[in-house]
Design a protein around this ligand. Structure first.
Ligand code: NIG
Ligand code: FE
Length: 411
């Protein structure tokens, strides 16, 4: 099966190899080929070049991409896309003056979603989640990480992870699963955090690992949720089962969680709306990817991750949606990229690098995805007829995606 894109106006994110993520200084550049062709063979990027040097390919189906950009598909390395129902009422409560924290204290928030999920059948949960996954694929997401964490009992966490596993089997894009049992304290453990930590470590983790249902382990390291000490305990326990950490940290307060994550070789630290100088220091000389979630900041009205400070310290940065019912009911990576430019002062080149190469690193798939590189999966976005790639973040809120390809197949 050969597929040839020809007359591509701009082939974006062209790299010979991508062994490492891009640091701040390297993210300013987005390598392009103007007026190009690209050949897909057996679901992979087989070759590409300039139209002036187009070889003859027998038996290839041809797509005329005149006026269009071809880019690697977006990679969303942080979502909670498997959830039951919605939290529209809390959205209205916040409009009317309550804060996200106040809603959580009153038994809303994560615990509210957990109650709904426990009452929802596995089949129904799958159908609701599959609909969301199809929606984000249409918007250009061609690889996705999904967390548990709305179960908060052993059975309900396993149910969520089985749903993620079923999505992975039924859809062709890469799906990574993260065990986030340490998302919030369930009501039964309201005054017994150590009891819940014991349950997480002694029962949930072993069962999740034994069933082979998780790639990563996560914890919400935050005042009122889980402490730095809890983070150390859980990540240490996760390591015994081969689970690599990707953690929620510095969303509302900087309590030292980044240093803890780095000490456990976390693949990523996510949120980072509040950053202290020692957090930036801890990230230097680490292999941990900082991940910003600007649509969460938009929806909650909280500060944006200080991207400029992170990049100007020559640290890498990735972007993700955080798609979830409470703080970000949107899985639109195009909006995330626009917000990164508009609110976080990232240049379009930096934002696109953050949503492709660096996002692939944050998901653990950089060797196979995230750039236009020979041998990588042909997970691609073909845009409408637009002036340049920078028009994507510029025309915020618009949809300029013409079609999405996963392993060379149009979805
Ligand atoms: O990443 N911060 C913790 N977890 C989610 C939100 C959870 C919720 O409100 O349901 C987040 O923003
Ligand atoms: Fe999150």
């Amino acid at each position: 099966m050969k597929l040839l894109f020809k007359n591509i106006k701009q082939l974006v994110q062209v790299r010979e190899e991508t062994l490492k993520p891009l640091k701040g200084s390297e993210m300013k550049e987005l390598p392009l080929l103007d007026n190009a062709w690209l050949l897909v063979e057996d679901g992979k990027i087989a070759d590409f070049g300039k139209m002036a040097d187009l070889p003859t390919f027998e038996d290839a189906s041809v797509i005329d991409a005149s006026g269009k950009m071809l880019l690697p598909g977006w990679i969303d390395s942080h979502t909670h896309l498997v959830y039951a129902g919605n939290r529209e009422q809390e959205f209205v409560d916040r409009i009317n003056g309550l804060t996200y924290e106040e809603i959580a204290e009153k038994g809303g928030g994560i615990v509210n979603s957990a109650k709904k999920l426990q009452e929802t059948s596995e089949d129904d949960l799958y159908l609701q989640s599959a609909r969301r996954l199809e929606e984000v694929i249409k918007m250009g997401t061609t690889a996705i990480e999904i967390k548990s964490g709305y179960g908060l009992t052993t059975e309900a966490e396993l149910k969520m992870l089985r749903v993620i596993h079923k999505l992975k089997q039924n859809y062709k894009l890469p799906v990574k699963a993260t065990f986030l049992g340490a998302h919030a304290l369930p009501p039964e453990f309201k005054n017994d955090k150590d009891g819940y930590m014991d349950l997480l470590i002694n029962e949930m983790l072993p069962k999740v690992a034994e069933a082979g249902l998780a790639d990563y382990v996560d914890i919400f390291c935050e005042k009122g949720y889980f402490s730095v000490e809890d983070t150390h305990r859980l990540l240490e326990a996760g390591k015994k089962f081969g689970l690599i950490p990707k953690i929620h940290v510095n969303q509302f307060n900087a309590i030292g969680g980044i240093k803890a994550a780095v000490a456990h070789n976390a693949l990523s630290v996510d949120h980072l709306e509040v950053m202290e100088p020692e957090d930036l220091e801890a990230l230097k000389s680490s292999d941990t990817m900082p991940v910003a979630l600007p649509s969460c900041s938009l929806f909650l009205g909280i500060p944006y991750t200080p991207a400029r400070e992170i990049l100007d310290n020559d640290l890498p940065l990735a972007l993700a949606t955080d798609y979830n019912p409470g703080s970000t009911p949107s899985g639109n990576m195009n909006l995330v990229i626009s917000l990164a430019c508009i609110k976080m002062k990232m240049n379009p080149e930096e934002a696109i690098n953050a949503a492709t190469i660096n996002a692939a690193y944050a998901m653990g798939i950089l060797d196979t995805h995230g750039s236009i590189t020979k041998g990588k999966a042909a997970n691609l976005i073909l845009t409408d007829d637009i002036p340049s790639y920078g028009f994507l973040p510029y025309s915020f809120g618009a949809n300029h995606i013409n079609s999405v390809y996963i392993n060379g197949k149009k979805v």
